[in-house]
Design a binder for this molecule. Structure first.
Ligand code: DGL
Length: 260
């Protein structure tokens, strides 16, 4: 049993969607979150660069005393988690586009995946997608520009609306009934997507599943915090605090700027 914090990192503010789920499910656990906004987006960077950044974030979280690391970024998971697991003894939890649950739920047998180029081009994503390609049509769509807009406070901008309309078009033409959000930043688009999609299209987000998996892995490694007082939560960014504050509302947590 351990009262050390859980470490969570993302290329920016997207992983806050995962942090919120973990904090809600495990309020007694302390958390340390790294938003690498200075280096966002990871999506167009290529595998080697994504591995380097993921190692940098991991070392920072280990130095902050973390007992387990959640890679709250599909792009970092699909490109770097194998390297991280091979190089560090600390347990890692990752996140990948939820093709499997979408395949089970789809009646039209057509699903859409919105993810970064880095995720869509990864071997890990390719292998999973291949498993389901015989039974359903998978429309893959990169979300170029979305992360940049969210990172600069443009979540509710006209530009975002136009991008999304454009990205959803081929999916709607293919009659998808499930849309998989394959990037943790995209969670924050949910209210806008609901407006743009017909009501029968399910939006599939993996945040809750990642939180449940975190609990299960902590239990398996006997790392759960058994103290009965709430943990401490420190959110670090090497970017701008106001963007993070706006996405966190109404949850109160300490946000600090940090060079890493
Ligand atoms: N939140 C990251 C993800 O889940 C965004 C990647 C990026 O920075 O391009 O993939």
């Amino acid at each position: 049993m351990s009262s050390k914090p859980i470490g969570i990192f993302d290329s920016g503010v997207g992983g806050l969607s995962i942090w919120k789920e973990i904090h809600q499910l495990l309020p007694m656990e302390s958390t340390r979150y790294l938003s690498d906004s200075k280096n966002a987006p990871y999506g167009p960077k290529g595998k080697e660069a994504i591995i380097k950044l993921s190692i940098k974030n991991t070392e920072c979280l280990i130095n902050l005393g973390c007992k387990l690391i959640v890679v709250a970024c599909n792009t970092a998971t699909t490109n770097a988690i194998d390297t991280l697991r091979n190089n560090y003894t600390i347990p890692f939890i990752g996140i990948e586009p939820a093709i499997k649950p979408a395949a089970f739920q789809s009646k039209s047998k057509a699903i859409g995946i919105l993810a970064t180029r880095g995720t869509l081009s990864s071997q890990l994503f390719h292998n999973t997608s291949l498993l389901y390609s015989s039974e359903l049509l998978v429309i893959e769509q990169h979300g170029d520009g979305i992360v940049e807009l969210i990172e600069t406070g443009g979540l509710h901008s006209k530009e975002m609306l136009l991008l999304l309309q454009d990205y959803l078009k081929p999916m709607l033409e293919a009659n998808i009934d499930c849309l998989v959000l394959g990037c943790t930043h995209y969670h924050f688009l949910t209210p806008i997507l609901k407006e743009l999609l017909p009501s029968h299209v399910k939006i599939i987000d993996s945040g809750e599943a990642v939180a449940r998996q975190t609990k299960a892995v902590l239990k398996r490694h006997r790392l759960l915090n058994i103290k009965t007082v709430e943990g401490t939560n420190m959110l670090y960014t090497n970017g701008k605090k106001p963007v993070m504050e706006a996405l966190l509302k109404p949850v109160l947590a300490t946000i600090r700027t940090l060079e890493f």
